[in-house]
Design a protein. Structure first.
Length: 271
């Protein structure tokens, strides 16, 4: 059969454990989705694309869960690679969907900003709740703290929660809701009409989040911290993802790249 079109997610990735009770389940090697076993139902962070929903479902079932065990779906931001399968999964599971309120703009009058370039589709869905940073999202034995992290999108939201290893040691997991620099360029703001102040919010957010302690960084895209390189090192007694320096380095790296971008644009304006 003729080779089909190439896509960023052409490799199937079976589910693997990132932290106790926390699994990588997107089924693809591009965008990450995390399943949290709370002891009383599952929480899913992000859904990946509508077109890869079947892989996510397969991953959940391969771990021994039923898709209907998913009680809450937390979306980091309203781009196609994170919310594409939200409608499908909401309809299949009946789970409650959470989103940053400022991203409602994308779901309503500016659906062009969801992205996808005609390659991916995003069904219509309505979030059940908006994040409130002063209110933990709890399910079973997990309490998730959210922090609004505007910039990559206006409603971009980061999440933090604690899990315990088998010796009872607490490990903090953290996911930055969206650190892609593609949406903070001057060119992007000019094209979309979104305010350039989002860039300042992006930078302020990184500075704030860099101060947090995170034992296990859950990247929203695998290549941000190269998690796939370490999958075969995971054993019952060893978790290669425990490393608090990863979070600090990631925040720092993005901050430097954002500042470089601004500097470069300033120079170009002067020419
Ligand atoms: Zn994005």
């Amino acid at each position: 059969m003729e080779q089909c079109c190439r896509s960023p997610w052409e490799t199937y990735i079976p589910p693997f454990r990132m932290a106790p009770g926390v699994y990588y389940v997107s089924g693809n090697n591009w965008v990450a989705c995390y399943l949290i076993d709370t002891g009383d139902g599952l929480v899913l962070i992000d859904t990946a694309m509508h077109e890869t929903a079947y892989l996510l479902i397969e991953c959940v079932r391969n771990l021994g869960y039923e898709i209907t065990d998913i009680k809450k779906i937390l979306l980091t931001h309203a781009h196609i690679d994170h919310i594409g399968a939200a409608r499908t999964l909401k309809e299949l599971t009946g789970a409650k969907i959470y989103l940053g309120e400022r991203d409602m703009l994308f779901l309503t009058e500016r659906r062009d900003l969801i992205g996808g370039d005609g390659q991916y589709t995003c069904g219509m869905f309505e979030p059940d709740e908006f994040y409130a940073d002063d209110k933990l999202i709890t399910q079973g034995n997990i309490a998730i703290r959210t922090i609004a992290s505007p910039g990559h999108t206006p409603g971009c939201t980061s999440m933090f929660f604690d899990v315990k290893d088998k010796d009872g040691k607490v490990l903090r997991c953290g996911i930055h809701g969206g650190i892609g620099l593609n949406t903070i360029s001057k060119q992007y703001f000019e094209k979309t009409g979104l305010p350039m102040s989002l860039r300042d919010e992006y930078i302020d957010g990184l500075k704030k989040l860099a101060k947090l302690h995170v034992d296990i960084t859950l990247p929203s895209h695998t290549n941000q911290v190269g998690i796939l390189m370490h999958v075969d090192k995971i054993t019952d007694d060893y978790n290669p993802f425990i490393d608090p320096s990863i979070w600090q380095e990631l925040m720092q790296e993005r901050l430097e790249r954002a500042l470089e971008l601004i500097e470069k644009e300033k120079k170009e304006e002067q020419v």
